[in-house]
Design a protein around this ligand. Structure first.
Ligand code: WTA
Length: 699
């Protein structure tokens, strides 16, 4: 059969399977109160008005010095937004709201244990806490503008307090998701060159205290192995004055924040004006090679973009109670728990724990108790809540005006449950497609202006001009029925600035593929390549199909295949490893591991499998735990010796492996198939051709 697995054929297959969904319309009630009701908005944000179209977003902020150039595009693709401008994020998210709203809740913290009551932190209290923390970071930890600091913390108010204290000083924060392992944290400390690690002793998850501090010791050790010295580890305590970790504090290195802060009571720190293009933070994300990329975001462009999109797409008004269930350790949490909502002066809810603790009614009780009216989550949580409590939302009296889904494609059926049950047919849904690299939303419907279509993210948001290219760089216009690679034609203020310390990788990863002329100084020649497959419907709505690179999206979290494989290879008995995504009803995808052992290994297979699982958990974190580790005699390989992940992915997902006769060792495929498919009570799997396609790339 001719090349049945080339990108083109697989994508066409996806297209053929896609059924058009019907539209859902926003209610008159929603429209009557919406921020964005200007029917000419797309025209105003048209490419004819670019880049001045984004001026309105920057005007949502306070500037110490107004910018002179909206977009300096003289050195593509290193865009400089609002060049010449100066501002401070902490001032914009806190100080400027005090005049009118000092007594209003900025943050409402909901502890996981239901017997602990929610705690509101007013804008005034946030101001005091951020000032005192900033004074400590400056005077005790010696941090100043441009320094990097790694923050590895769970979902407590101290996390945004710490981020905002850094921003007040112009210190660049690098928040590492609390669920990541100490090793993963150590890698990121070393890459960012942080001398200070800010962490916490522990937190509650599924009703259990998690020992978080132990990860700090591993992180510091790992960073040291990589040549980076951490001088201070600052430890927030979940219950001030009471240490809930069993890991000892290291003398002369580790300090309790609540104790140090006693010396900074009442201290105020003037916000440090920074240039619009000074970095605000780094956020590490997985890419196609083993090493995570430090995505560097700007201050002015980023804050303007998250404020503008929070207003237009999330429809945040200052009087709303807004709850995003994401973790602040991911980009969604940075942009749409902390920076966007607080820049607009609204109330942002922070929930410590898992959505289903102690039962699947928890989120709806929280919504009812706090009278949340905007709700933001990911398909993986929606699927879980539907599975465990399909009728739970009905039991509670809350009313959402708007709900968000983000992080992975949502199945139309799951979308309808979200709409009918969670949203009670009242709430508008925005399916927002974007990435760590983008700062804020790229595609979504405009909630009061466009109808919703289950499973489709919608058109580009105002000012974002998507284009879908095939492998040859030809455009696939709306209605083509053929999928391709989604790109964005134009720069926008929230776009990343570079990869920390690796500008060449930045250009290679995001621009090289479709830039026709690397010498060009015209931004039109530099479309941004997102790395997602997508399909443009005739109505201009975009359906995202998933990653086209070696990234597995597990429950909305990006894991690099190569990172996982490298972790497997740290087990001495393992000779080769291949990781593939398996379709999972709740999490979307889960990694499944295949290993081949070194000759002469006498260890029991069960033991090796356990070692592989714990290597993955230690090096990356529990979120990466594989569904299964298969020990194979050999890996299916091409004649040039490349492991055929595509074949393994097909086996794992109970799909046709296609023609394998050209492999160097076709017989091995049959062996692996018998081993895998005889697995007792394997959940019925519905892999998509896209899983196979995405692993067909390098072969
Ligand atoms: C996927 C999360 C479909 C996509 C904000 C992207 C989505 C990756 C959606 C980025 C969506 C995100 N529909 N797929 N609404 N949102 N994705 O960097 O594959 O953690 O490339 O950013 O998630 O994940 P990241």
């Amino acid at each position: 059969m001719a090349d049945r697995n080339t990108t083109e054929v697989s994508e066409a297959q996806i297209a053929a399977h896609w059924k058009e969904e019907e539209y859902y319309y926003p209610s008159a009630k929603f429209i009557s109160q919406a921020n964005l009701v200007d029917a000419d908005i797309d025209k105003k944000f048209g490419l004819d008005n670019f880049p001045e179209s984004f001026k309105g977003y920057a005007d949502l902020l306070d500037w110490y010095k107004y910018w002179h150039t909206t977009l300096d595009s003289s050195n593509p693709p290193f865009w400089k937004w609002f060049a010449g401008g100066q501002l401070n994020v902490s001032h914009n998210c806190i100080d400027r709201h005090l005049d009118k709203n000092k007594g209003k809740a900025a943050i409402i913290f909901v502890p996981e244990l239901e017997e602990e009551q929610p705690v509101a932190v007013t804008y005034q209290e946030l101001y005091v806490r951020v000032n005192e923390t900033a004074a400590l970071l400056r005077d005790y930890a010696g941090l100043k503008k441009g320094d990097r600091v790694t923050i590895h913390m769970p979902m407590t108010p101290e996390l945004p307090v710490t981020m905002l204290a850094c921003a007040r000083l112009g210190v660049i924060h690098s928040v590492v998701f609390g669920g990541f392992s100490g090793m993963a944290c150590g890698d990121r400390i070393a890459d960012s060159g942080s001398r200070v690690l800010i962490t916490s002793d522990g937190y509650y998850r599924n009703g259990q205290i998690q020992n978080h501090k132990e990860k700090a010791d591993i992180a510091v050790k790992r960073a040291k192995e990589l040549g980076a010295q951490v001088d201070k580890v600052l430890v927030w305590r979940r219950h001030p004055g009471k240490y809930i970790s069993s890991t000892p504090m290291v003398n002369g290195r580790d300090y309790f924040m609540d104790e140090l802060l006693k010396d900074y009571r009442g201290k105020r720190v003037a916000p440090v004006p920074v240039a619009a293009e000074d970095p605000l933070f780094l956020m590490y994300t997985s890419g196609t090679t083993g090493k995570p990329k430090g995505i560097q975001h700007s201050t002015g462009g980023y804050l303007a973009y998250v404020a503008g999109t929070s207003k237009n797409i999330l429809d945040i008004h200052p009087e709303d109670i807004y709850w995003c269930m994401a973790d602040i350790g991911w980009i969604t949490g940075h942009s749409y728990i902390v920076y966007g909502p607080l820049a607009l002066g609204t109330t942002s809810v922070i929930y410590e724990g898992v959505p289903t603790y102690p039962d699947a009614g928890r989120p709806w009780r929280i919504a009812q108790q706090l009278d949340v009216n905007i709700f933001h989550t990911a398909p993986t949580s929606i699927r879980q809540l539907r599975k465990l409590g399909p009728e739970e939302p009905r039991k509670y009296d809350y009313h959402f005006k708007l709900m968000v889904t983000v992080g992975e494609p949502i199945e139309p059926d799951v979308w309808r449950w979200y709409y009918n049950e969670v949203g009670k047919k009242e709430a508008v849904i925005v399916d927002t497609w974007w990435q760590t690299e983008n700062g804020g939303f790229l595609c979504s419907t405009k909630p009061a202006l466009n109808p919703m279509k289950p499973g489709s993210a919608g058109p580009g948001v105002p000012g974002i001009h998507p284009v879908i290219y095939d492998e040859n760089g030809d455009e696939l216009p709306p209605g083509t029925q053929k999928a391709g690679n989604i790109c964005i034609r134009n720069p926008w203020p929230g776009i990343m600035q570079t990869i920390w310390g690796d500008p060449d990788r930045f250009v290679a990863t995001y621009y090289a593929k479709y830039c026709k002329n690397r010498q060009s100084k015209n931004w039109r020649d530099w479309p941004y390549f997102a790395g997602d497959g997508a399909l443009y419907a005739a109505d201009g709505y975009i359906r995202i199909l998933g990653r086209v690179d070696d990234v597995i999206n597990v429950a909305g979290h990006r894991l690099g295949t190569k990172e996982l494989e490298s972790a497997c290879l740290t087990v001495p008995e393992v000779a080769e490893a291949a990781v593939v995504p398996v379709v999972d009803q709740i999490k979307g995808r889960i990694p499944e591991v295949y290993i081949a052992l070194k000759p002469g290994v006498s260890l029991d297979h069960g033991e090796v499998q356990k070692k592989v699982v714990s290597a993955i958990e230690d090096i990356i974190g529990k979120i990466a735990r594989p569904s299964h580790v298969w020990v194979a005699e050999d890996m299916p390989k091409t004649r040039s010796g490349k492991i055929m992940r595509r074949v393994l992915a097909a086996v794992s997902n109970n799909m046709d492996v296609g023609d394998v006769t050209t492999l160097a060792n076709p017989d091995i495929v049959e062996h692996i198939k018998i081993m895998v498919q005889s697995r007792a009570k394997r959940e019925a799997s519905t892999g998509t051709p896209e899983d196979i396609k995405r692993f067909g790339q390098n072969e």
